[in-house]
Ligand binder design. Sequence first.
Ligand code: ZN
Length: 248
Amino acid sequence: MAIRVTIWNEFRHEKRVPEAMEQYPDGLHACVGAFLSKDEEIEVTLAALDDEANGLPDEVLNNTDVLMWWGHMCHNLVPDDLVERIYKRVVEQGMGFIAMHSAHFSKPFRRLTGMPCALTWGDNMNGIVWNVMPNHPIAKGIPLNFGIYEELYSEPFSIPTPDELIFATWFESGNIFRGGVTYYRGLGKIFYFHPGHETCPSFHNPIVQKILTNAVHWAAPNATGEGCLVGDVHQTTAVTDVLFGTKE
Ligand code: ZN
């Protein structure tokens, strides 16, 4: 069965900023959707902030296996009730969540990680992404290091200690950054990946494309037990009654 991926984008910079329009004329999400669609196991839906129901009505969100998120200047326009619906889909039902670039500061990512997720940033510059966990499924087929031209994101990065640190980036300014990290939250899997500034060409980079494609496969739901994390103690009791023969 295909992995149903919804790529959500603010889709504001690409309508206003000439350099962003040049890099991503149809929007960052359309570019990501185009390379993901080359994988026949992936089925892509595009969603934007200004779409009806902010692009994520129940019928879309509830039929999404992996939600990818790009936001930058409109984080506060995302309604809190939508954030809660996303949180529940991830934690209680196992939907994957991939936060791209400035989505480190998005409401859903902060809600899922429980931390401010602030960082230091600077000009676009050259960097080297180091693959520090080459045996991870997200790093499959990725070289041990590769160059990027990206917006500087730097430590300190106020995220909780990642469950896995897969990519760490060095910048020519000397700064370093935990640019590829995972979290496991309830039944869901979460990946944050740094490249993807709106005026930089990273989404056209085949290595970045491969990483995000791998991440979709990794983040797709595979856990059973939907509803087991909602806290129904009675359900657990009933199961032990059956197991130990106190009830049929
Ligand atoms: Zn940026």
